[in-house]
Design a protein. Structure first.
Length: 312
């Protein structure tokens, strides 16, 4: 089977690179480079794995993962044996060859063994804390993550309530700016923010306001926004409450809001105050935005109504 035929079957079945990675055991970034022609000479083991899945009965392979053993390719008919998407794996299967994002080997033709994190994020030679914007840019479009100080954090698709709260806040800010002919710009996720202006961090806040228009670039935002909002979820709350709090403070963000749908409250940080203390407000009434000296107020009642309608 040619690569062109493989690509046609992939597109006919509607497989994303992440899905095909799960079914074949080949990293998403490797699949992407093969199908786009960036990898000119893929290894036979890689092509055999892809062909076996794409030429087989779709129902047989749906939701399955496979392992590469020293004796060849074997299917898993029970639980997933080699889950390349699971960063909690304690070790790779013994005898499983490593796949690199460029299909390369060491100088002595021996394969380099990746970490589970490296496989997941497309680089078999790095671990968490070592990733850069080059690795971030190389990820498939459907793999949404944030990069903070060289560490990748997964970002599951936001729930409807998350989207609706973002809309409530963003629209209120945008309307205020327009009405007052302000110079600031309001955005909502997904927007890449290179907040430290280095190659180790790229975040995607839920809502952001930029008053220095020179920070707005073609790719996103270069530098610290003035105002940021994060809406907590089960998978992001620890990161938003700790890692991002410290990052935003250090980067020079002036005001940071955290909406907690589960506890139905707003946590406000006004970093413009030298001795800032977080203010916790129930989702009732209105909340003033400090960067606008309280002239702009966000309806917390609307946020509460969104949670009531769509759940937390």
């Amino acid at each position: 089977m040619t690569i062109k035929q493989m690509r046609e079957i992939k597109e006919t079945r509607g497989y994303s690179y992440s899905q095909l990675s799960e079914y074949t055991g080949v990293p998403s970034i490797t699949l992407q480079k093969i199908f786009t022609g960036k990898t000119k000479n893929p290894r036979k083991a890689t092509l055999d794995a892809i062909e076996r899945v794409l030429s087989g009965n779709e129902a047989t392979y749906q939701g399955k993962a496979y392992e590469y053993g020293s004796s060849g390719f074997s299917g898993n008919t029970g639980d997933t044996l080699f889950d390349l998407q699971n960063t909690n794996s304690s070790m790779l299967m013994e005898g499983a060859p490593a796949f690199s994002s460029d299909e390369t080997t060491n100088g002595d033709n021996t394969l380099r063994q990746p970490t589970p994190e490296g496989i997941k994020y497309g680089s078999p030679y790095k671990k968490q804390g070592e990733f850069t914007l080059e690795d971030y840019s190389a990820l498939p479009d459907e793999q949404r993550v944030e990069l903070i100080d060289g560490v990748f954090y997964d970002m599951p698709a936001p729930r409807i309530v998350h989207q609706d709260i973002s809309y409530v806040i963003h629209s209120a800010i945008a309307d205020f700016i327009k009405k007052n002919k302000g110079k600031c710009k309001a955005f909502f996720a997904p927007v890449d923010v290179q907040i430290d202006c280095d190659d180790k961090t790229m975040v995607q806040p839920d809502v952001l306001v930029i008053c220095d228009r020179s920070k707005i670039k073609g790719f996103g935002v270069y530098g610290a926004p003035d105002f940021l909002v994060e809406i907590l979820s089960k998978t992001t709350r620890i990161k938003d409450l700790t890692v991002k709090l410290a990052k935003y403070l250090e980067a020079g963000v002036r005001e940071y809001w955290i909406i907690d749908p589960h506890k139905k409250c707003l946590i406000k940080y006004n970093f413009m105050d030298e001795d800032f203390i977080p203010e916790i407000m129930p989702l009732k009434g209105e909340a003033p935005v400090a960067i606008y000296d309280g002239k702009l107020k966000i309806s917390l009642d609307e946020i509460a109504a969104s949670i009531e309608e769509f759940g937390e």
